[in-house]
Design a protein around this ligand. Structure first.
Ligand code: ATP
Ligand code: LTN
Length: 325
């Protein structure tokens, strides 16, 4: 039997190249070897205010992005989180075994709640429990995510272990899959921060649907470090980040990248990086509107049916073990 993968992204804003290189790219690479479930986590999206008119459209657009990135509906299951009510149901049960203390330690809550717990939504606080439910419902072996999700995944593992201990073996304990290169692509404007959809400075992120002209402009205006060498060096985070993007979009080895830019200046490097990024995203951009709305609806319906077949069995087991049913 194939091992199982689960991952998801939020339909909250435009996806950027950090989401692509840190997560989506690996979803595509892993779908042959694993039985894969890729979810559009719209229930996660409302942990921060969303425009109700825009959310449904963004949810469908994100499904198109998964497909355009190369997730193949013949191999992987693509579905919308809210189409599978078991996610919300298991969240409740897991909420009853999760501890305030462990949620308080989640750094994303501190960031997104802007350090103001008094005013932050309760959903933002309990969000990692919904993520644990997503993963544990499918008896998932592996979860491909970027570095920022590592702590949430640890919590999923802890909840699985605790439930199994208290109620008997029920959940598989999932492992993270975090890529060596690309796990945390940084903002082009501030290499101390991760590239983010919600960054106010739009110049910090390369969005997957950006035009060639916009991509080139953003890369040319990216901040650099002092010094002139173009090498991988953590102490020079701006160039380190740009060279990492170059490495991933060209598929060259680290050594090849360094050798290629030896003796060359930032100007030339940025020009080549812009060109390589545009070329990398072109086939993706061409494919975004490949599926009609009708085909998309069909794919999502099939996906939800497949997802429910598995998640309902896990939830029935949980309800049985806890004495609910
Ligand atoms: P953002 O902070 O940009 O709003 P997010 O983490 O809230 O992103 P998602 O769209 O749900 O948004 O993330 C999808 C995937 O992309 C996750 O696996 C996440 O770890 C990964 N990811 C997000 N930002 C980066 C980044 N800068 N570099 C690498 N991977 C990233
Ligand atoms: N929390 C993640 C999105 C997410 C996810 C998941 C990722 C929700 N459920 C399950 C992997 C597995 C984020 O904000 N990027």
């Amino acid at each position: 039997m194939k091992k199982r993968i689960f991952s998801g992204a939020q339909p909250t804003g435009e996806l950027h190249i950090g989401n692509y290189l840190g997560a989506l790219k690996n979803w595509v690479a892993l779908q042959d070897e694993y039985e894969s479930f890729y979810c559009i986590v719209n229930l996660h999206a409302i942990t921060l205010p969303q425009d109700p008119h825009g959310l449904r459209q963004k949810t469908l657009d994100l499904a198109k992005i998964y497909l355009a990135a190369g997730v193949d509906p013949a191999k992987a299951t693509i579905f919308i989180q809210s189409d599978v009510p078991e996610h919300a149901e298991l969240t409740w049960v897991l909420s009853c075994i999760a501890r305030m203390g462990e949620l308080e330690r989640m750094t994303q809550f501190k960031d997104k709640g802007k350090g103001n717990a008094e005013r932050a939504g309760v959903g933002l606080f309990t969000y990692p429990i919904l993520m644990a439910a997503d993963i544990l419902l499918y008896q998932t072996d592996l979860v491909p995510v970027g570095q920022d999700q590592k702590q949430h995944l640890e919590l999923s593992r802890d909840l699985a272990i605790r439930f199994n201990r208290d109620f008997g073996e029920t959940f598989k304990v999932p492992e993270p899959y975090i890529p060596k290169a690309g796990a945390s692509i940084k903002s082009l404007q501030d290499p101390q921060k991760k590239m983010s959809k919600s960054d106010e400075n739009l110049k910090g992120a390369i969005f997957l649907m950006d035009s060639a002209e916009t991509i080139t402009k953003k890369i040319k205006s990216a901040v650099t470090d002092s010094g002139t060498d173009i090498t991988f060096d953590e102490s020079r985070p701006a160039i380190n980040n740009l060279l990492t993007i170059y490495q991933l979009v060209t598929g060259k080895s680290g050594d090849e990248c360094i050798a290629h830019f030896e003796g060359k200046g930032y100007g030339q490097f940025k020009g080549e990086l812009a060109e390589a990024t545009v070329e990398y995203l072109r086939p993706f951009q061409d494919r975004v509107n490949h599926y009609s709305d009708k085909e998309l609806a069909e794919i999502l319906k099939n996906g939800a049916d497949k997802a429910r077949a598995i998640s309902s069995a896990t939830l029935a087991d949980v309800y049985h073990k806890t004495g609910i049913k």
